[in-house]
Design a protein around this ligand. Structure first.
Ligand SMILES: NC(=O)c1ccc[n+]([C@@H]2O[C@H](COP(=O)([O-])OP(=O)(O)OC[C@H]3O[C@@H](n4cnc5c(N)ncnc54)[C@H](OP(=O)(O)O)[C@@H]3O)[C@@H](O)[C@H]2O)c1
Length: 313
């Protein structure tokens, strides 16, 4: 069938208290994530069409009831809700542009990882072709898609999110973070920065422990226990950062700068590199040098920001 002539089944609004009505879904991109997404839609009872550059990756899904599309345009034409999960934004853009004639009236949800600028650019391109557009940042690995551990942040066309939210829920709990399509990507970059900061501390800890023959698995038990408590302090730091008010009686910059200096000294004396922790020390020292030593260590964020807290409302 000509892809452009194929009608998409309409989404219907479920009655309160009933299971979401089936929505026709296409998944474009069947890598590790896309396969899990398509599997979750199938498991939830949504008629699911799939397309992948390497066609054989669709075989197992087709065996479970998915319909194979022969092109991205056919996949777009086959469904009201089009989910894209490919390697990068350039690939997503090429695929969606190749399907442009089929885009009017569709809702595209692009779960491909992006940075905010390209996310906004692709949103404008897709909307220009007549489709609603949502950017999604997925917090899951393929095996946790559809479990309580998975969540997805969406930004873009709010009405489209409202309409398709029930159909998207089987992927993971969704939250809409704003109409600017770049916002999901901004959240993603920020949240993953936090994750990589955690990893850098973890690598430093493991390298240090190993110099004295302490097993990584043994130290990690203690580390996780301590981090659980530390994590509980983050909302308090966040409130200080939002308010630009850093008075504290708990954990001053001066005290933390001194603590980190000790760690740097110990790290060097164990013959290890300090490249992961020295930059944080520089932020603390910078704030202390500016006279903020008795303020909360959350104030270190101001040394990463060009304008000071006073300039922000
Ligand atoms: N995996 C995760 O845990 C996870 C979690 C959150 C977000 N994400 C994001 O989701 C996206 C997909 O991740 P993944 O884990 O599924 O990656 P993956 O397993 O490496 O799969 C990449 C997919 O992109 C397709 N692709 C690559 N270049 C293409 C091109 N030029 N044209 C058409 N298709 C192309 C591949 O097709 P072929 O099969 O033909 O190579 C494959 O379907 C990425 O942006 C990733 O950052 C992944």
């Amino acid at each position: 069938m000509d892809a452009q002539q194929r009608p998409a089944a309409p989404a219907t609004v479920p009655a309160p208290g009933t299971a979401p009505a089936p929505v026709s879904v296409s998944v474009i991109g069947l890598g590790n994530l896309g396969q899990a997404l398509a599997g979750a839609f199938l498991a939830a009872g949504h008629p699911t069409t799939v397309w992948n550059r390497t066609a054989a990756k669709a075989d197992a899904l087709v065996a479970r009831g998915a319909v194979r599309a022969d092109s991205p345009a056919e996949a777009v034409a086959s469904a009201e809700l089009v989910v894209v999960a490919v390697l990068d934004q350039d690939s997503a853009r090429d695929l969606l542009v190749s399907a442009a004639p089929a885009l009017p009236g569709r809702t595209v949800v692009n779960l491909t990882t992006a940075t905010p600028g390209p996310a906004r650019e692709l949103a404008a391109v897709v909307e220009e072709y007549g489709a609603d557009y949502l950017v999604g940042a997925v917090y899951a690995v393929p095996r946790t898609i559809g479990t309580d551990d998975a969540f997805v942040l969406y930004s873009g066309t709010e009405a489209a999110y409202g309409k398709f939210r029930p159909a998207l829920e089987p992927l993971g709990a969704g939250t809409f973070v704003g109409a600017d399509p770049g916002l999901a990507s901004v959240h993603d970059v920020a949240i993953l920065s936090g994750m990589y900061g955690l990893f850098s501390g973890f690598f430093q800890a493991m390298a240090l422990a190993r110099t004295e023959g302490i097993k990584a698995v043994d130290l990690t038990g203690h580390l996780n226990r301590w981090l659980t408590g530390v994590q509980a302090a983050l909302p308090e730091f966040a409130a200080e950062i939002d308010a630009g008010a850093y008075e504290t009686e708990t954990s001053s910059l001066e005290m933390n700068a001194s603590g980190l200096r000790n760690i740097l000294t110990a790290t060097e004396s164990q013959g290890l590199g300090t490249e992961l922790i020295a930059p944080l020390q520089r932020l603390f020292e910078d704030q202390v040098a500016q006279g903020h030593g008795r303020h909360s260590l959350a104030r270190a964020v101001e040394s990463l920001t060009k304008e000071g807290p006073e300039s922000r409302s």
